[in-house]
Write a protein that binds this ligand. Structure first.
Ligand SMILES: Cc1cc2nc3c(=O)[nH]c(=O)nc-3n(C[C@H](O)[C@H](O)[C@H](O)COP(=O)(O)O)c2cc1C
Length: 169
């Protein structure tokens, strides 16, 4: 599949088969994340890979809307290093670029994923920091669930000429 078809066919997948994702594929996904662009090439990100069902329950207890991870094979907590990137807006933009690479790399490997919000919900940010012993200055941005898809969601048409402006609004 070419890159544009891959981008267009990616969907958030919330139902997963009971099938393991290999370490090799997780490494490919994380490598893709680390090749995202970042302001001044600071690469201010860290990734925590979870693959333990008991820990999944702990995650759900602090992030109730992450319930779909219960049948996922793995999930990745993407964190930003606020000492490395002091501008919070850029920190989030950098981590978001890494997250998008995770979603697309996963899709290219036939693995489904869903972006799960953390940053922007202060009480959940605080609970995640405590529960997972994040060092000072490390901010949880989002959780990504991963698993082989057990649902198929077709591509809808999102191309909207009304959203495109040339030279001025
Ligand atoms: C910043 C951000 C936060 C999101 N948080 C959640 C979430 O907490 N739970 C969820 O099920 N989906 C979440 N999503 C996925 C969106 O719901 C999804 O991308 C959107 O509905 C479009 O569907 P698609 O990903 O299949 O194209 C999030 C997406 C983004 C970009």
């Amino acid at each position: 599949m070419n890159l544009i078809d891959l981008i267009i066919s990616r969907r958030s997948i919330r139902k997963y088969k009971n099938q393991e994702i290999s370490k090799d594929n997780i490494d490919k996904i994380l490598k893709s994340a680390m090749y995202a662009p970042s302001a001044m090439n600071l690469q201010p990100w860290h990734f925590i890979v979870f693959d333990n069902k008991e820990i999944f329950e702990k995650i759900i207890s602090v992030i109730p809307h992450a319930e779909m991870i219960r049948n996922a094979d793995k999930c990745i907590l993407v964190c930003g290093d606020s000492y490395k990137e002091k501008n919070e807006s850029w920190l989030i933009q950098n981590c978001s670029a890494a997250i998008q690479n995770i979603l697309l790399a996963s899709h290219s490997l036939g693995i489904g994923s869903c972006w799960i919000a953390i940053h922007g919900i202060p009480e959940i940010v605080n609970k995640v920091k405590v529960e997972f012993n994040l060092p000072d200055g490390i901010i949880p941005i989002s959780l990504i669930s991963l698993g082989y898809p057990d649902e198929e969601i077709s591509a809808e048409n999102r191309f909207d000429l009304n959203k495109i402006h040339y030279n001025s609004w």
